[in-house]
Design a protein around this ligand. Structure first.
Ligand code: NAD
Length: 352
């Protein structure tokens, strides 16, 4: 029997090749005219291109977005927004840049417009994260949800294939956990399964031709679907482990998702058979954990924590942190079993 409450809170979405050109009209339609454009240092040129496109509707570029939003970068961005009298933030980039926009919104209540260039899906969620002294804290707040999201597949045409793969696995992780979330519903499940199917199907196409704009468009649709799933439900063990490993052990975010996902699914499989069946069906695989492991490996994603810089000595502490606070998960959190999961992830053991 279904039993749920669902209140969709979603940004306006403008989607299409070349959609970036519609950004000035979108900013104007929101009644905004003093946007601070945000980017990472590496995407500063893109940030400046956006500021030029906005003309006198932009007040400057802050190219200081950093992975996991260190509080110092959030403070500096808020300070710059105040100094320039900004009335909004336009975040162009991946989840790190969107995250900085969210941090500004949390502190100042300024509206955010997001232009994603990866598949992390953060633009569709009310989830924010901040890192202070090696500890990442996350929360939900409606103020951080972007008002408008402009999805332009042309902007991810040059995303390196290695980041493309891990970023799409990051998107799949949102959808996979959505399929067993306690607050899921049939609409969310349909989006999740289609998001996983599309993300998996597009990878071989992008491997053949990373500049294929139609394939980039399908990847962005997958990101939109999977991000919407994450924005609609409570996520479990997989995301908790990724936050712990990324925030406390400084491991690369998207790579951590790629390594942990098959192992977290293997942990939860005995307690979430219907979700696993849908994931396997979306992947065209015999099992969800094995299918995810094979999908990543076939496209060059890392499969072990050892390969991405985790130290064996830290596995005990990571297991302790991951089970410290209670959160919903289909299989109860057992420290010894989570420690075993982490060992398998460390060694890159095939989950089947
Ligand atoms: P990222 O934003 O850190 O981007 C990775 C690197 O790729 C950066 O150097 C960036 O400048 C570069 N890059 C981005 N787009 C590019 C492009 N099109 N071409 C070339 N280079 C490009 O990585 P990410 O995986 O998108 O985001 C990770 C962050 O997002 C993490 O902090 C994670 O916790 C957060 N996140 C949050 C949510 C949420 O709902 N709050 C969801 C997913 C991820």
């Amino acid at each position: 029997m279904h039993d749920f409450v669902f209140a969709a809170r979603l940004p306006r979405v403008v989607f299409g090749a070349g959609a970036l050109r519609r950004l000035p009209d979108e900013i104007a339609a929101l009644g905004l005219g003093r946007a601070l454009v945000l980017s990472t240092p590496g995407q500063r040129a893109l940030g400046e291109r956006v500021a030029a496109l906005l003309g006198d509707r932009a007040v400057g570029v802050f190219a200081g977005a950093v992975i996991h939003v260190p509080v110092a970068s959030a403070r500096a961005a808020c300070e710059e927004a105040r100094r320039l009298g900004a009335d909004s933030a336009v975040a162009i980039g991946g989840g790190s840049t969107t995250g900085l926009g969210k941090a500004i919104a949390l502190e100042t209540s300024l509206p955010v417009v997001a232009v994603p260039t990866t598949y992390a899906g953060s633009e569709m969620t009310t989830v924010y994260g901040l890192t202070d002294a090696g500890m990442k804290t996350t929360g939900r707040d409606l103020r951080v949800l972007p008002r408008t999201v402009v999805y332009d597949p042309e902007l991810s045409a040059a995303l390196p294939f290695a980041i493309t793969v891990t970023s799409l696995l990051n998107a799949i992780a949102h959808a996979a956990e959505g399929l067993y979330a306690p607050d899921r519903n049939p609409l969310v499940e349909a989006m999740a399964e289609e998001g996983i199917r599309l993300a998996a199907a597009v990878l071989p196409r992008l491997q053949r031709d990373p500049g294929d704009i139609a394939a980039r468009g399908d990847a962005l649709v997958a990101a939109w679907l999977c991000g919407t799933v994450m924005g609609s439900v409570t996520v479990g063990l997989h995301h908790k482990l990724c936050h712990t490993l990324g925030g406390s052990f400084d491991l690369p975010h998207a790579e951590v998702h790629a390594v942990i996902l098959p192992q977290a699914m293997a942990y939860n499989a005995p307690a979430a058979a219907p979700a696993m069946a849908r994931i396997a069906r979306a992947l065209g695989a015999a099992s969800a954990p094995g299918g995810l492991f094979d999908l990543g490996r076939a496209h060059g994603a890392p499969t072990s924590l050892a390969a991405i810089g985790m130290r064996a000595d830290d596995l005990d502490r990571a297991a302790g942190l991951a089970v410290q606070n209670a959160y919903p998960n289909p299989r109860p959190l057992e420290r010894a079993a989570v420690r075993d999961l982490l060992q398998r992830a460390f060694d890159g053991v095939h989950p089947d």
